[in-house]
Design a protein around this ligand. Sequence first.
Ligand SMILES: Nc1ncnc2c1ncn2[C@@H]1O[C@H](COP(=O)(O)OP(=O)(O)OP(=O)(O)O)[C@@H](O)[C@H]1O
Ligand SMILES: [Mg+2]
Length: 448
Amino acid sequence: MKLLIVDDEKSIRLSLKINMKKLGIDVFTAESGEEGLDIVRKKMPNIAIVDIKLPGISGIDVLKEIKQIKPSCIVIMITYLSDVKLAVKAMKMGAYDYFTKPFSLSEISRSIEETLEYAKTKIEIDKGSRDNQVKFIGQSPEIVKIKENIKEIASMKYNTCILLEGESGSGKEVIAKSIQSIKGDTIPFISINCAAIPKTLQESELFGYEKGAFSDAKNAKEGLIERANNGVLFLDEIGDMDISLQAKMLRVLQEKKFRRIGGLEEMDFKATILSATNKDLKEEIEAGNFRKDLYFRLNIIPIYIPPLRKRREDIIPLVQHFIENYNNVLNKNIESISKEVVDIFKSYLWPGNIRELKNVIERIMIFKKDNKITLEDVPKEILEDDSIEENHHYNLELVEENAIKKALDKNNWNITRTSEELGVSRITLRRKIEKYNLKNIKSDNFCN
Ligand SMILES: Nc1ncnc2c1ncn2[C@@H]1O[C@H](COP(=O)(O)OP(=O)(O)OP(=O)(O)O)[C@@H](O)[C@H]1O
Ligand SMILES: [Mg+2]
């Protein structure tokens, strides 16, 4: 078990380190977020304790990056009482817990001991889910369309460039994996997570090198580009690709050729390039962090995955899927979920998207003794979220829209009969049809 402490206060680092070591854990410490992330990449800790206020990049950004590099890492934030709002934000972004300063060491030790139990279960879960094929769940029109598109794209014989865009946790990697499984294992599918590799090492990872190309190059090494030839190269978190490397990557895509670092031979490169990012690349271009020409090259086929709050029909199927999944891996038998919880899950905005939903279910289920999920199990940062109230209004409209749709279909879009059935005037019905932009899919001349 490995634990990382990121705090700029030396006394906190030291005292935590001494106490955590007593629990028999390997402890690493860092004074800044940058240093901490370096350690995350090298040591892949199971748990990270991160101060929210850090001198360089903020604790929230460290949390975000850790979740990119090692999604299963359990992150605990440290904050002053005055910053509790930030801590709640962190919880929504996947932090497991938070401590407020000043804290007692015995309190922290106890809580870390509990977390260790959780971490152990999590390792088991990760092992279990590695064997499982990732399922791409969703029945909203948006997801159905994406499923159709990727089927078509994945069965194409010629090479192209696909760019997956969507908020963090919306399912870009799941889509990449679905493309991989449709393509099958007869062609190489090579992934690189640009956020997980320090910028200085990205070039040698991608291009490979010849023996003696630099002082550490004792032997020649094949790069990922070379390995992906005639297959798929998946550039995950492309927004984190080093800017000078972007120029080199562009050249590879234009010329369809590349060279190892220090190499003389030009090699051919033919592959489908799949890239993904949760950054707004247009904004990154404006800010000078991303090359516009590369963006256009990568974006031949754009796939945008809407955030979960824009496709609420998917929430419950996902919940069911995760419950089933954790019933298996955790050997539990959750059979149902109360109506109130369903309502809250449907109304909550899920800023961390499906990852947040999955984490919430996982956490509930690890500690669950009986077989029904009820209101008491829902984390308080969700229960106390202001957006839920506002969204009840939204949900009412959703109910109305569905009722009208159903009645229209049942009555073959006959406005008079439908309005009678719903007990509203024909004018009202027409207004509602317009408001919800309802269309008679079976016939082109809608509104008879
Ligand atoms: N449609 C889906 N069906 C089932 N599981 C999903 C779906 N979408 C996402 N997940 C699960 O949610 C979690 C987050 O998804 P994923 O890693 O694909 O997000 P992402 O878009 O790549 O996020 P990030 O930008 O942060 O890397 C994963 O555990 C994934 O298995
Ligand atoms: Mg991802």
